[in-house]
Design a protein around this ligand. Sequence first.
Ligand code: SF4
Length: 221
Amino acid sequence: MATSPAEHPSAQPFVPETRSLRTLSEAAAACRGCALFEHATQTVFGNGRRNAVVVLVGEQPGDVEDRKGRCFVGPAGRVLWRCVEEAAIPREAIYVTNAVKHFKFEQRGKRRIHQRPSAAEIDACLPWLSAELAILRPPVIVALGTVALRSLLGRPLTIDAAREQELTLGDAHLVATYHPSAVLRADDPPPIEAALTEDLRRSWQLARREGGGARANAAAS
Ligand code: SF4
């Protein structure tokens, strides 16, 4: 007997067989794989070039992203893109996405307060991320924060522990670093931002090495 999404949440029934990121994105707009679509404004899918050599995976869209329908266009995005620039990574070499494609929040008066997605919601949304990565096949994947890392590894691991390890995911290097919102929340932001920037710089070095340079140059040209 088929189980309902409420019993066993998963995006899998909504993910089409395709090699097109646009087709995936259009299909994700209609995903009802878990309950998070009910209160969010829209699905926020990944964006960037198909030949991107560094895929940045965040947690979930925030309040601004939910309204605009784009990843990393809010306060955390400003931190991220500042670090990307500091790390000298061309934007064209990057594809950005999130582990969870709908904004989870708690309404408090007029404010929508971010809520961390549950393990079940992270797992439910994984088929979208897996489909994106299967098309992109990047040499380097960067997990921004513990939710992205949990999604990609399938198990919890702290960022501090993961930063000490050489991780891989299939043929790709998996670099774990802080989510840019950690910079915004930190009592002492500069060291967190410096670490994020350094991890991004290392990701770009790995991408240029593993991507054979040509793909990286093509993405950046
Ligand atoms: S969060 Fe993911 S699995 Fe849940 S409805 Fe949105 S796109 Fe589908």
